[in-house]
Design a binder for this molecule. Structure first.
Ligand code: ZN
Ligand code: ZN
Length: 537
């Protein structure tokens, strides 16, 4: 190849030029030159210096100038200008099979998707289903490709790790010599992002040979390590039955917590160690915090959920299907919150459609009296902090979740003011997905978190712990602070499908990691208590 870097730049230029909507002949020419130089074994510097480059059929004047500039400066002005039009993550989209510049252009222009993480999230929220040239099948395929691409980066979000871990655990349990397997480490602590799947194995002396035959190798930390099918690191520690509990405790971690416990006796069970130390058993997910309060919130405490989307905006299921799914899950109440009018890409509701939906809710309420259905809205927080409907109209809703969905890049000061203003709005019930982060994807927007917490406390507002496993936002590490300020937390699924309701469990784990008690979580209220609480706001 004449120059790998130059060829790559030409391909990226062609991609960006097409994204920008430049003349197709120009795009084609850039690709052609990249193809020609890829096949040419002479060096680019020599081709330029000797003028030979002008003799290659298909390399025009424009491309020759690019080559000359590249040899001199290592880049070209035109390329640098093109790059300024898009986020630096835009090239990630090229890695997805079947996603050429045309499709990438549609995604960027219509849905503001400029990175793999944003694409993944949009797929989760069904945004591609109705997009011209895409559809449900394409969306499914894109999600599969992204899962493969991400697997190799070595870290995954919790549900993917759980899925993968179940497979690996079954394989380990089937190895000759293995009598028992327990998950341990980050996964056992239900961390929101997982870097390795860890296990403790108990059994006889055949285990090392079995592990080696299965492709594991002994590492300096005394674990046997391999890579899972999706490229995650797997670690397995072997323990005799007499020390199973102590090995489990040590490998579960985190290191700081284990160190604090002091010297540990070898023991067959963790419970026995806690007893010997005269401590209450601490659930693994609470060990990052290091302690747990009495009345730690439990999964059965959750009586109902808010924040879900139906076919009225960008959900997969009808409202009635969501109602049935809630009844199957023994919930006492359900709060529907479609997107608001500004979120046109998600079929946000205008005033007329809100009123139309109210009629459907009234009819469903009559048909399913055992579930209380609340009508709310997930209102966009506009750039100035105001909500997406006139103040009088907001009074139509039983509750309002105020969320940021656009214009996330503003100064720290402006974003802080924007969020505080949304909380000060008397219509706001919850502040939705606190920081806008997507785990392993998009950074949180920059704002003064302490100031926003203080405003929530001052205005008596509640904050959502968004349980979508890509978000888990507000970060659980901030929850003890919210708890100290007396801010009630709502653990909501942000469900875009019936199965999405089950995401509440991820939020619940985060709440437990933060040491939230039943009374800190609003949706542990009974139906009557919730009706009264919303009435009083
Ligand atoms: Zn949202
Ligand atoms: Zn939502």
């Amino acid at each position: 190849m004449a120059s790998e870097a130059f060829v790559q730049m030409l391909r990226e230029m062609a991609f960006l030029a097409e994204m920008k909507g430049e003349n197709p002949f120009k795009v084609r020419a850039l690709q052609n030159v990249a193809d020609l130089l890829e096949e040419d074994s002479r060096s680019l510097a020599m081709l330029v210096a000797s003028g030979e480059i002008g003799k290659i059929a298909g390399v025009g004047k424009g491309s020759q100038a690019l080559a000359k500039e590249f040899v001199q400066t290592g880049s070209t002005g035109e390329y640098e200008e093109l790059k300024k039009l898009f986020p630096p993550t835009i090239f990630e989209l090229r890695k997805v099979p079947g996603l050429g510049p045309k499709k990438s252009k549609a995604l960027f222009e219509q849905l503001s998707i400029g990175s793999l993480a944003e694409l993944e999230y949009a797929c989760q929220e069904n945004r591609l289903v109705d997009l011209k040239g895409f559809g449900e099948k394409t969306q499914t395929n894109i999600l599969k490709s992204i899962a493969r691409l991400k697997g190799y980066k070595g870290k995954v979000i919790l549900p993917m790790a759980l899925q993968e871990s179940a497979l690996v655990q079954a394989q380990l349990a089937a190895l000759p010599g293995v009598e028992a397997v327990s998950e341990t480490g980050e996964l056992r602590r239900r961390c929101e992002v997982i870097g390795s799947l860890d296990f403790v194995l108990q059994g006889n002396g055949k285990i090392p040979a079995s592990l080696e035959a299965a492709g594991y190798a002994l590492a300096p930390d005394h674990s046997y390590q391999a890579s899972s099918e999706n490229g995650l690191k797997v670690r397995a520690w072997i323990s005799p039955a007499s020390a199973f509990g102590s090995t489990l405790l040590t490998t579960t971690g985190p290191a700081a917590y284990v160190e604090n416990l002091g010297p540990l006796p070898a023991s067959p069970s963790e419970e026995k160690i806690f007893q010997a130390k005269q401590l209450d058993f601490l659930p693994p997910e609470c060990r990052d915090l290091g302690h747990a309060p009495t009345g730690l919130v439990e999964v059965d405490d959750i009586r109902g959920v808010f924040h879900l989307h139906t076919k009225w905006s960008d959900g997969k299921n009808t409202l009635e299907e969501m109602v049935q799914a809630a009844l199957e899950r023994n919930l006492e109440y359900l709060g529907v919150s479609e997107h608001s009018q500004t979120a046109f890409y998600a079929h946000g509701l205008n005033e007329a459609r809100v009123l139309e939906q109210r009629r459907e809710i009234d009819a469903l309420q009559e048909k399913y009296p055992s579930l209380r259905i609340f009508q709310g809205i997930e209102s966009d927080i506009l750039a100035d902090g105001s909500l997406d409907f006139p103040q009088e109209f907001l009074a139509h809703f039983d509750f309002v979740i105020a969320s940021v969905h656009g214009q996330m890049k503003m100064s720290r000061d402006d974003m802080t003011k924007r969020l505080c203003r949304a909380l000060e709005n008397p219509a706001t019930t919850w502040l939705g997905h606190w920081s806008g982060r997507l785990l392993l994807g998009r950074e949180a927007y920059d704002f003064d978190q302490e100031a926003v917490l203080a405003t929530a406390a001052k205005c008596g507002k509640s904050i959502e712990l968004n349980a979508n496993p890509y978000r888990l936002d507000i970060d659980w590490r901030l929850l003890p602070r919210a708890q100290a300020l007396g801010i009630p937390i709502g653990i909501f699924p942000d469900a875009h499908s019936a199965e999405g309701l089950d995401d509440v469990k991820y939020g619940l784990w985060m709440a437990r990691k933060a040491g939230l008690r039943r009374e800190d979580v609003v949706n542990t209220k009974t139906r009557q208590e919730m009706e009264a609480w919303l009435e009083n706001r």
